[in-house]
Every structure is written in C-alpha cells, then in structure tokens.
Design a protein around this ligand. Sequence first.
Ligand code: ADP
Ligand code: MG
Length: 384
Amino acid sequence: MAETTAVLNWAHRAPCSKTIHDPSAKSPTKIKSHTGFALVTGAKMIILAIETSCDETAVAVMRNGREQLSSELFSQADMHAMYGGVVPEIASRNHTAVIGKLSELAVKNAGIELKDIDAVAVTYAPGLIGALLVGVNFAKGLAFSLGVPLIPVHHIRGHIAANYIAYPELEPPFLCTIVSGGNSLIADVRGYTDIRILGRSRDDAAGECFDKSARVLGLGYPGGPALDKLAQSGDDSLFNLPRPVIDGFPYDMSFSGLKTAVVNIVHNAEQKGETLDTASLAASIARAVSDILVPRIMTAAGELGYSKIAIAGGVAANSRIRADFLKAAEEAGHTLFIPPLKLCGDNAAMIGCQGFYEHLAGVSAGMDLNAYATLDADAEYTEK
Ligand code: ADP
Ligand code: MG
C-alpha cells in the first residue's frame, strides 16, 4: 500500500515543464501576442505527436507548433470495411502493432533523433477507449524514457488546429464548425486553449449520417468520400430530405432524421423493385447536410460579430460543403479557413500543433494520464 502511494505521488511529479526550452539558445523566450497568447521566438520546440482515437494510427513531428517535419499515417479502414464500421478491438490491436514502427518512421522522416524531442503530445479524448489507451500509454513510455513533458490533447481541439498548420496567419478568435465521423459542433475559438461550444448535434454526427447513407447505397466503409464522388453527377433537388431545427437552440443540429429518411427511401425502392437515382440521392444528402451546417455558423458569426470562420474534421473534405461554405463566406464578406484534404481527417500533425499551444498554456500530464471516451472540447485537462 505504501509502495502504491509512493508510485502515485511520483506520478504527480512526473516531467512537467511550462517553459519552452531552446536547446541551442538555452534562453527560452516568451512574448505576448496581440491576442494575449504566448508566442515563442528564437526557440525550436520539437513535439512528437500521437493520434490513435479511432481507426487511424498517426505519428507526427512538429516544430514550434505549425511546422510539420513529418506526418505518418496508417489507416485501418480496409480492415474494418468488411464489418461496415470500426470494430474497437481490431482498432486497438492494430494500433498496438504499428505504433512503434510508425514512430520510428516519423522520427526518421523528420530528420531528427530521439534526443531532439522536447515533448510528447497525445490524443487522450474523445474516442474509442481501447484505441486511445494504446496511444496514451505509448506516449507515456516515450515521455518517461526521454524525460520530457507529456501533453494531453483533446481530439476536437486538434481538428481545429489543423487550420493553424494550413494558415500560418490564423490566430484566435474565430468561429469553427467541426464535423467528423463522431462529432459535429460549432465552437467559439476565443483562444488557442479557450474553446466555447455554441452548438452540437443532438444525435448522430454528420460523418455518421454520410457513412450510414453510403452503406445503404452499397458504397462501402467509410462511405463519405464515395458518396461525395457519386453526388457529382446527381440532381440535388430530386429528394426532399429533412433539415431539422431545434426550438430555442439555434446552433444545435440533428442528423438522425436525415439518416433515417435516406434508409427509408432506399428500402422502399428495394421493396417496390424500383430503380433509384442514387447519384441524385447522394447529391440531395450532401445538400441537406450542408444546409444544416452552413447557415448556423453564418448566423453565429453575425450574432457574435466574427468575420473569421473555419471548418475542420473529416467531413470538411466534402466538396459540396466546402463550396457552400466558401460561397456563404464570400457573400457575407467573411474570411474562410478550410484545411487541405490531408489535414481534414484524423492525423497527428494537428495534435502536435494543438499540443504546442496547450504546452504554452501550461498544460501537462503526469504518468497517471488516462483516456476518456467522451469529453467536451471546452473541458480543461486536470490531473485526476
Ligand atoms: P473521427 O475524428 O470522428 O474519427 P475524421 O475526422 O477522421 O473522423 O473523419 C472521418 C469522417 O469523415 C467519416 O465519417 C468519413 O466518411 C467522412 N468523410 C471523409 N471525406 C468525406 C467527404 N468527401 N464527404 C463526406 N464525408 C467525408
Ligand atoms: Mg477526427
């Protein structure tokens, strides 16, 4: 018992640094930007970042947050496709099998050595618990053996940060719609680590809606990209699909009714032996999702007085959604930030980028860091 207490006490004293160490200059420099957030000058902080929240194993090496030295990704999508969705145990096992080699590759491709790593950042929530735990434990081992800080990163904050990598000039505050396979929300990004959720999906995420729709249309898993492609040749006005509004919560969303409507259309056609215009159904789905997403952030921008808006997450790769956001932003005179396709889906570069800003804000974890299946993006990390 005494031994256990000693171990736990030690865990709380695990490596934790709040300043940036420049190995060459030996003089960490912190300045305040006009937004009130610390920026680093003259320092070269190298973060190795790990992302294993779902079915992508990813490791990246980032310098000073936004500069990507390497970004490696191993997608397990093929291994889950035959089941029509992610199988948690298979995801965890595959993360375990590849994370070591992928980390070696990320270090090699970054042109650095292990001793150059100043901190290790890792996604600790939200996601599949077994999958997250693989990344968290690997990150702990690495941080422990190198004697460097361990930075816990919220996955959704990481998605937002993908925009910082793509747009070096982007700084908070701005509004961001984050749409992925597991989450759909509108966030007021007041600062790098000061996030307020304005609205969210009450049920399914937009990506879940795309994936289930694609599944009933026989487009495989994950079906979002295939549905996007099919929609190109369709008529988006052929099917009238629901765009629910939640009374009193103008920024909240709902996608389950849309998903069910698509399933019913497909099943009815099958039962009646009718041929379905699948391209037009795909186009109508993309239009409906876009019609749910775009007006909400535009209204929020107007009400809160924002002129900078961003989108993030896997669904931000959808061509209809990108085009509609661009059009709406242009009409309103807002500046729109959309990450390139590579940075929309899960990756570790975005985790390393957000990890840098978490570190500047003094966020670090001890060896007791755990993983959480659900956690709001506005929750601060606290040692348990
Ligand atoms: P999560 O973080 O929830 O694991 P990601 O951010 O990796 O999800 O995004 C994956 C989701 O994005 C999937 O639901 C996938 O179908 C969807 N997606 C990817 N590309 C497109 C696209 N072009 N159109 C629509 N959905 C897409
Ligand atoms: Mg994601």
